[in-house]
Design a protein around this ligand. Structure first.
Ligand code: ZN
Ligand code: ZN
Ligand code: FE
Length: 747
């Protein structure tokens, strides 16, 4: 039950050894009546505390606010787990299984000390955009091989000047053994290039001119930490529209970088949990409640959430301070391609988008895109795990055999089993283009070489046409396929330190089932990593046009209507199509041509959004479902439609009929949307009760929906079930590689 005790796991990375950190943890834990342990690790310290959920929240706050003066966090990743019944509080022996040299750390946002220096006119690093120290700066994005040592980073080409050399060798200095240490004398430099790649200015003049261009409404491609951003004035409708046009990105929201936390508060209503995520050393993009002013509407059209981040390198800090207004900072890529991270490549590929390029001469070893977090049902949940988090292991689970995992087709990321746990690589993206497929090949080889792992097999999806599956088959290694939704469930279990058996609820847009149909509304009894059974699913329906349905919610509505009414399509659905198109689609449905069967909850969301008149075609996958989620927020009636469980089949037909009745009866869309969400939550409880299992794991892209997740968690917990859900690993396909690695890695 929700009110019962929980266990909080924290992985404190950074300067936490020899500074009184463990006694400090012991003190606040015992103060709050928590049981647990703490121990040093090669990357910092790990700890677990167990007790009342409120005390755990309080613990986390005090861990940040009362830390020993000399302790510096480079990361404070945490997850709420199920209790183990820990007793007392222990300071354990160090965990040295992974040698310090074998730890690759994530990139860390600029620390307060460095920031002070950058804006101190008397400091020798005044306005130096590559300032960093032992407590901050690039790591994963510059490491070429291990151990972590300057000659094996992309800083190898920058010999230290005398001053930097002195700092580097002085044990009392903040830059003692800071591998990327640099200064204006010896370090990387800025350069501004025009749209064709010719030099316009260097150093301070380059930044000044870039700022001028942005102020004038131009688009500047900016080389940051792990790749290029496309930057423009977020207040300027004209600039943002031009960026949309050039990037061929019609509707998908752009992320915004605000000058400071104060500026961020003006753009969004931030909760304390969201603020803590924004200012954390990981510094992800946080999806927060948009206040709809401060930036123009074109930034996130019709979207109540804004993807917000704060500056995380000195260059970003200087740029934003000089401009003093929020900017768009979106991935520097062509649609569907991976992010650009090399200067020449960026000029070549982005010349049609950017008016100028603000680059530097510190090479990026591998692309590391911004991470994305959202607070879902009171927990920070990563929707994209990349900068700031990659490549820390996502589970400390040991004893798996070494395997590589190729991930899914969309939101691709690869994973590898290392002696220190399973590592999920940086976000790659959708594998729709040759460039992104090449990026997967590079990323997978990179993980293998970096961790010096000789994989015994490569795991991939059971879908034969996924580019990741094709890549796995061409790798020369033995291939193990893992069913998509099983991988989802296993990823959720693994990051929560849990092992099967479990009732896995995997709801998403699409994944191939072993029966050849498209699954996506699944209830799986997972007994062991490779032993599972489908215990229930939503009733199937046909998707006219197959994959095109993901971009056209009305096609899902038509498929549902055809299943219920045959040729007698309700007028509300018929009206979504041109008469000729409708005839064509209906004859395809009748003949069963290119109309795959699906049990997808994602498509069910699309269909209901279309019925409600929210959206018949969408600019990006999931847009219609998001709009249905937002519509549902304003209704708290608790009303729910019926979704009877008929054997192993959840039948949505009575619900769709009721929705049509409600629409005709003039019931508010908010009420319909909320009743739909509540109906799905009710369905999880009826299936869970029938299976008689007491633990339920939630995974799949549908659980990025906060209204749905809240309703499902509340429903299941109040019915007495223990709910396991995503926190550190995305519920979407970005987490698939972890589940694949667990399945194939289990002996
Ligand atoms: Zn620093
Ligand atoms: Zn120097
Ligand atoms: Fe999926």
């Amino acid at each position: 039950m929700s009110a019962g005790p929980k266990r909080l796991r924290v992985e404190a990375r950074g300067a936490v050894q020899g500074v009184g950190f463990r006694p400090f943890v012991f003190r606040i834990a015992t103060d709050l009546g928590l049981r647990g342990w703490v121990r040093n690790t090669p990357a910092g310290a790990d700890l677990e505390v167990e007790g009342d959920p409120q005390a755990l929240d309080e613990f986390l706050v005090r861990l940040r606010s009362e830390k020993p003066v000399l302790a510096v966090y480079h990361g404070l990743e945490h997850a709420v787990l199920e209790p183990l019944g820990l007793a007392g509080f222990e300071i354990l022996e160090s965990d040295n299984e992974a040698a310090p040299a074998a730890v690759v750390l994530p990139d860390i946002a600029t620390c307060a000390d460095c920031l002070r220096e950058v804006f101190d006119p008397s400091d020798r690093r005044f306005r130096y955009p590559f300032t960093n120290c032992t407590n901050c700066g690039p790591r994963f994005s510059i490491v070429l091989s291990l151990p972590w040592d300057r000659p094996r980073t992309t800083m190898a080409g920058f010999p230290l000047c005398d001053d930097c050399d002195r700092e580097y060798h002085d044990p009392r200095d903040r830059r003692f053994h800071a591998q990327p240490v640099a200064c204006p004398v010896c370090g990387p430099r800025l350069e501004l290039l025009d749209g064709g790649g010719s030099s316009l200015a260097t150093g301070a003049a380059a930044l000044d001119r870039a700022c001028k261009l942005i102020r004038e409404g131009r688009i500047v491609a900016l080389k940051g930490l792990g790749g290029f951003h496309l930057v423009c004035d977020a207040r300027s409708d004209e600039a943002v529209r031009r960026l949309r046009e050039r990037k061929r990105r019609e509707a998908k929201p752009f992320a915004v970088m605000a000058q400071s936390l104060e500026a961020a508060r003006k753009l969004c209503d931030l909760t304390p949990m969201e603020e803590a995520a924004l200012v954390s050393p990981e510094a992800p993009i946080v999806l927060a409640r948009f206040r709809s002013h401060g930036v123009c509407d074109a930034v996130a059209p019709r979207n109540p959430l804004l993807g917000l981040m704060l500056p995380y390198t000195p260059l970003h800090h200087m740029l934003l301070r000089d401009l003093d207004f929020p900017v768009i900072a979106t991935s520097g890529n062509l649609s569907d391609e991976p992010v650009c991270f090399e200067n020449d490549e960026a000029v070549e590929r982005l010349s049609g988008i950017a008016d100028a390029f603000l680059v530097h001469d510190r090479p990026i070893a591998r692309p590391v895109e911004d991470s994305v977090a959202r607070v879902i049902a009171n927990r920070v949940t990563l929707l994209r795990r990349s900068r700031g988090y990659a490549p820390m292991p996502v589970t400390a689970r040991r004893g798996l055999r070494p395997v590589l995992a190729a991930g899914a087709h969309q939101k691709n990321a690869a994973a590898i089993v290392t002696p220190g746990g399973v590592v999920l690589g940086a976000h790659i993206g959708d594998l729709a283009t040759a460039a992104s497929r090449a990026a997967l090949d590079r990323a997978a080889n990179d993980l293998r070489l970096l961790y010096d792992v000789v994989p015994e097999a490569v795991a991939c999806d059971a879908h034969p046409d996924y580019a990741s599956t094709i890549w796995a088959r061409s790798s020369g290694l033995p291939v193990e396929t893992v069913q998509h939704h099983v991988a989802h469930v296993l990823s959720c279990m693994a990051e929560n330190d849990e092992a099967p058996p479990v009732l896995g609820i995997a709801w998403d847009g699409a994944g191939l089932g072993p029966d050849g149909t498209i699954w996506g509304g699944e209830f799986l009894h997972v007994r062991a990593p490779r032993e599972w059974e489908r215990v229930a699913a939503f009733r199937g329906f046909r998707l006219p046009g197959g994959e095109r349905a993901a971009r056209e919610p009305r096609r899902s509505a038509l498929g549902l209507a055809f299943e219920i009414y045959g040729d007698d399509i309700p007028k509300e659905v018929a009206a979504m199509f041109e008469p000729g198109d409708l005839r064509t689609l209906l004859s395809a449905l009748r003949a069963g041509v290119n109309t795959p069967n699906t049990s997808s909850v994602g498509r069910l969301f699309d269909a209901v959004a279309a019925l409600c008149g929210l959206r018949t075609t969408s600019g990006f996958e999931g847009q219609a479902a998001m709009e249905l989620e937002f519509a549902a927020e304003s209704d708290d009636s608790g009303a729910a439609y019926p979704v009877p469980l008929d054997g192993p089949v959840l039948d949505w037909a009575p619900m769709i009929r009721a929705i049509l009745d409600d629409l005709r009866g003039g019931v508010a869309v908010a009420r319909i949307a909320a009743s739909f969400h509540n109906a799905l939550a009710g369905a999880t409880v009826s299936v869970a009760r029938r299976t008689g299992m007491d633990r339920v794991a939630l995974s799949g892209g549908c659980f990025q929906n906060a209204v749905l997740t809240t309703a499902v968690v509340t429903g299941l917990e109040s019915a007495g079930f223990t709910v396991i859900r995503h926190q550190r690993v995305p519920p979407n396909d970005g987490g698939i590689a972890l589940g694949q690695a667990i399945a194939a890695g289990s002996r």
